[in-house]
Ligand binder design. Structure first.
Ligand code: GTP
Ligand code: SPV
Ligand code: MN
Length: 644
């Protein structure tokens, strides 16, 4: 056993126990000295998985290997390692809850450093109009990728443990599920993947010698570190790259430990590679929540909704309806895989097992079910802490004693009048979905749940009504393609600029956005397509205040949507789509004074400018890959608006 192996065994009693049980073994890899497997049995892995691990070891040169089993005992050990390394701190107010504060240079997804690697550029992105910079994805050639990869990964895990993390996206054994194996050098990823996916030995059951998604992840800081360690959170922002190689079913991520950059089952597999597989197999992999809503008559319908990052999916997915007699149940809060079944019904599964949700704004007023979910077994990242070992963030003022002492996400004392947020705006909770009090009984049904409506939405401070319905499928696909939203802290974009975020997928397209629209259009020939709607909870009045109360009150809009799905005559035509006939959104018992007329006005000037801007966007960004059906939709919209 190598020296490092001995040192580790001395410092970690659990490992000693594993070693005594005869679980420690070795891996002899060509050109590398004997590597100690400090946990797990390398010989139990399939030939393909073992080969992947061996290749990872010879490239990254970790000091030892830990093959993750997913057990409680192992999780305790992982948490113990992180505690000793100062990466997590116990939140003593709750059961098994932990706080991580990252290096402030590693706090969100890095869209500009995320690439899809294909021989042809046009497979990944449309070729923009000359002189224009493309904004719907980043392409890298295989040659460039070899170079970038070669400058980063060799020896990148020196001095660290390489964890081998098998996981399943989707219920284990479901025909829809995809197995991945992630090699990573940070225990934070192991602890988080255990919550977000079905992780460990169980994920490999039934894999046999089949292929799996190969995921390689490193924080990019071999020991001794080349830069200062900040907050005990190793990362390498200057060299961060997240890349996807669809031809090899491979993902490699370097330099960041945060969220979507490092939990590779989430955006990387379930959306980017997922959308490519979905196109090839005739289904949809989308940035969508899935919820079931039951009305007072007991009629239940499921809807899927795509809003850009930090625009309300988690909140809608588990909302407490303000309307008496209604019930909302949650299937998923971020990702939907949707396929037509044998009867032509569109069915959706949530490939994840946990929620990685935005913390600020979450409270017993806005999202009580999230608050109950995160009371135990939760990892919080970049939130603030109260002196009694509880969590704090913007939105919890009312629920926290005013004399509580608060430590901010930098680990510094914080006061309410400091003018700075206590928690990072993209601080998050990572929590098991099964703990959600309103988790849907069918949330793990391998068949998925039948989808009656698809909803798009975004943060639109101006001009866009509370809800409208597409005239038909093609028009609905156009609404998806035209989604725009104010930038949020979920990625590196600065300021509240309104950005295009088609299908809420701009950061997550696995392939050319033009081809993506074509694929959506093709769904009409594959089964019964659901109705499509657009919602906007974020319209503001002249005083800059939100006009709609949102959260639980959004049930009133969901109610209108599902009544439309049942064929009720409650809609009227406008140039942009069907809107509710006056009085058809149930406003009974609504306490707030809401300017419903104002929420539905369609300013002609705004819509003329919107159409011109959309035309410019499609011409510049999608260029030759713009489907003719979509141009026709744009032209018809322009014509309808000109007659307003
Ligand atoms: P990702 O996890 O990044 O994909 O985000 P998400 O779409 O799940 O966003 P989430 O539900 O976490 O909401 C993000 C922020 O929007 C939170 O601060 C919420 O409080 C706020 N928010 C959600 N729904 C509403 C709403 O109906 N009205 C208003 N005003 N704010 C909302
Ligand atoms: C998003 O940004 O849409 C998220 C968070 O859901 S992350 O996993 O970091 O991508
Ligand atoms: Mn998301």
């Amino acid at each position: 056993m190598g020296l490092i192996g001995h040192q580790l065994l001395r410092s970690y009693p659990l490992l000693q126990a594993f070693a005594k049980a005869g679980m420690a073994n070795r891996l002899l890899v060509q050109n590398v000295r004997c590597i100690t497997v400090i946990h797990g049995d390398i010989n139990k892995l399939s030939v393909k998985v073992k080969k992947f691990v061996e290749d990872g070891v010879s490239l990254c040169k970790p000091d030892n290997i830990h093959i993750v089993d997913g057990s409680d005992a192992e999780n305790e050990h992982i948490i113990d390692i992180m505690t000793k390394a100062g990466m997590v701190k116990k939140l003593k107010k709750y059961e098994n809850c932990w706080l991580t504060l990252t290096d402030p240079a590693d706090v969100a997804r890095v869209e500009s450093k995320t690439f899809v690697v294909t021989p042809a550029q046009r497979a990944t992105v449309p070729i923009p109009k000359e002189g224009v910079k493309g904004t719907v994805g980043n392409w890298m050639s295989p040659e460039n990728w070899e170079k970038e990869h070669g400058e980063r990964f060799p020896g990148c895990m020196k001095g660290r443990t390489m964890y081998v993390v098998p996981f399943s996206m989707g219920p284990i054994g479901s025909p829809l599920a995809k197995v991945g194996v992630q090699l990573t050098d940070t225990p934070y990823v192991v602890a988080s993947m255990r919550i977000m996916t079905r992780m460990g030995e169980k994920a490999l059951q039934g894999l046999g010698d089949s292929d799996f998604v190969k995921c390689l992840h490193s924080v990019g800081q071999p020991l001794p570190m080349s830069t200062n360690l900040v907050n005990n959170w190793p990362c390498n922002p200057a060299k961060t790259i997240v890349s996807h190689i669809p031809a090899k079913n491979e993902i490699s991520s370097f330099g960041s430990g945060y969220g979507g950059n490092s939990l590779l089952g989430k955006k990387c597999i379930s959306l980017r590679l997922g959308s490519i597989i979905a196109r090839d197999e005739g289904w949809l992999a989308e940035h969508m929540l899935i919820l079931g809503i039951t009305n007072p008559k007991g009629v239940k319908k499921y809807v899927a909704a795509a809003f850009p990052s930090a625009c309300g999916k988690t909140n809608l997915a588990m909302m407490e309806p303000s309307m008496p007699g209604f019930k909302v149940e949650c299937v998923g809060d971020d990702i939907a895989w949707m396929k037509f079944d044998g009867e032509g019904r569109l069915r959706a599964i949530n490939p994840e097992a946990g929620f990685f949700g935005v913390a600020p704004g979450t409270s017993l007023d806005t999202n009580p079910n999230a608050m109950y979910t995160i009371e135990k077994n939760t990892i919080f990242t970049n939130v603030a802490e109260t002196n009694d070992g509880g969590v704090y963030w913007e939105g919890l003022e009312k629920f926290t004693p005013s004399d509580a002492t608060i430590t901010d996400w930098h680990g510094k004392p914080w006061s309410r009048d400091s003018g700075k947020p206590s928690a990072h705006p993209n601080s998050r909770f990572c929590t098991p979905a099964r703990q959600c009090p309103v988790i849907d009984p069918a949330w793990e049904d391998p068949k998925g749940v039948p989808i009656d409506a698809i909803i798009f939405g975004g943060r639109r401070p101006e001009g866009v009504p509370l809800v409208y319905e597409a005239f038909n499928w093609q028009h609905g696909v156009f609404l998806g393609a035209a989604v725009k939203s104010e930038a949020t802290a979920a990625a590196e974009h600065k300021g509240k600029v309104i950005m295009h975020d088609p299908f809420a997928m701009r950061p997550f397209f696995g392939y050319n956005f033009g081809h993506y629209m074509k694929h959506w259009l093709s769904m009409e020939s594959r089964g019964q397509t659901p109705k499509i709607f657009h919602v906007n909870w974020f319209r503001k009045n002249d005083a800059g205040k939100f006009m709609w109360p949102g959260f639980g009150e959004n049930s009133r809009v969901l109610d209108w949507i599902i009544r439309r799905c049942s064929g009720e005559d409650i809609a009227m035509e406008t140039p942009i789509g069907y809107v509710p006939k006056p009085g058809t959104i149930d406003m009974s018992s609504l306490k707030d004074d809401v300017d419903m007329e104002g929420l539905f006005t369609l300013p002609k000037k705004f819509w003329q400018a919107e159409v011109a801007e959309l035309r410019n966007y499609f011409e510049e960004q999608v260029n030759d890959d713009m489907p003719v059906e979509m141009n026709n939709q744009l032209n018809s919209l322009a014509e309808r608006i000109s007659k307003m």
